[in-house]
Design a binder for this molecule. Structure first.
Ligand code: GFB
Length: 308
């Protein structure tokens, strides 16, 4: 990419897309094209084709997706597979038809088998059964990787894929049932502190381990990969370290200054026991994350502390 390249960010209102837009603008890439979902419904093939025909983007960051936490994935199973398949198939095919120079597709660490060895190496994809709570979403994201690789092999398109670990940061979703664990715990803890409550509820047993990456680090990694990676397959993007959900809850308590107890609701699912990325591939390419989990939680707390 150069600073004049025409860049389309699909999903620029979401947490990932908005972070990519902020990062690109900060670096000096200003020829950006974006559309809200009201202006362009990415599940509609004809509308997507017309948009590509008119705008002729040279580079595409495919950050548009239907996403959510463990409960949303488990309940809205049809929406998660249908919307994600449609969005990625429409954009990837239009990018091929309209001769986009390069496209970056974003997936998720839930593409890996539930019981894959840890840390998760890229080669473990499709080596076992998936976690049932997010299988529809995971299968859609695996299809996205395969689309990129298939268009590369058959048509020579330079389409690449990045698989981020669990993300958090500005523009996250704080919906009580739909959100991921980190924003959910921030909200619950802030509300409990304000209400003078004696405890907060944690879903599951607190023993699953998760890795958390600040979305600004992911945005930097995406631009790095767009400029430095041109191969089939995909690249993990994470921090290489994880914590238990209980430890995360304690870190959030500390950041918020809440002194109550943690109460575990074991009627809620734990999901995958552990999801830790092996980040040697992206490290060897020359990128590593900068924002520690402590710093990231503190910064996110400052952003949202008056929201609830
Ligand atoms: O972040 P989360 O919803 O998604 O949940 P996954 C992570 C862990 O935190 C699970 C526990 O063990 C939850 O049971 N948890 C504890 C909570 N309290 C809460 C809470 O209040 N809210 C939430 N949401 N969780 C998702 C996938 O899996 O991760 C997606 O479903 C995607 O497909 C995404 O891959 C990154 O890490 O389990």
């Amino acid at each position: 990419m150069n600073f004049n390249s025409k860049i389309y960010i699909a999903g620029h209102r979401g947490m990932v897309g908005s972070a990519i837009e902020r990062h690109l603008r900060k670096l000096g890439y200003n020829n950006l094209t974006v559309k809200t979902s009201a202006e362009l419904d990415l599940t509609q093939q004809q509308a997507v084709n017309e948009f590509f025909a008119q705008e002729q983007p040279e580079y595409v960051f495919l950050a548009a997706a239907k996403v959510g936490g463990i409960l949303a994935n488990n309940i809205y199973r049809a929406d998660f597979i249908y919307r994600n398949l449609m969005i990625e198939a429409n954009i990837i095919h239009a990018a091929y038809e309209h001769k986009v120079n390069k496209l970056l597709f974003l997936g998720s660490s839930c593409i890996y088998p539930k019981m894959a060895p840890q840390p998760l190496k890229e080669e473990y994809l499709l080596s076992g059964y998936l976690e049932p709570t997010n299988q529809p979403y995971a299968i859609a994201k695996i299809a996205g990787i395969e689309l990129c690789d298939a268009y590369r092999r058959q048509y020579g398109c330079n389409f690449i894929s990045a698989m981020p670990t669990n993300l958090y940061g500005p523009n996250d979703n704080y919906d009580k049932n739909g959100s991921h664990v980190l924003p959910a715990l921030l909200r619950k803890t802030i509300e409990a502190k304000k209400a003078g409550a004696s405890s907060i509820e944690i879903w599951g047993t607190g023993t699953p381990r998760r890795e958390f990456l600040h979305v600004d680090d992911l945005a930097e990694a995406c631009v790095f990969l767009m400029n430095n990676f041109n191969e089939e397959g995909f690249v993990n993007v994470g921090t290489g370290t994880d914590v238990t959900i209980q430890t995360l809850a304690e870190m959030v308590k500390e950041a918020v200054g809440f002194e109550g107890n943690l109460v575990f609701d074991t009627s809620k699912p734990d999901g995958t026991p552990r999801k830790l990325m092996d980040i040697s591939k992206i490290s060897n390419l020359g990128w590593s994350p900068k924002i520690s989990l402590e710093q990231g939680i503190a910064a996110t707390y400052q952003l949202v502390k008056d929201m609830f």
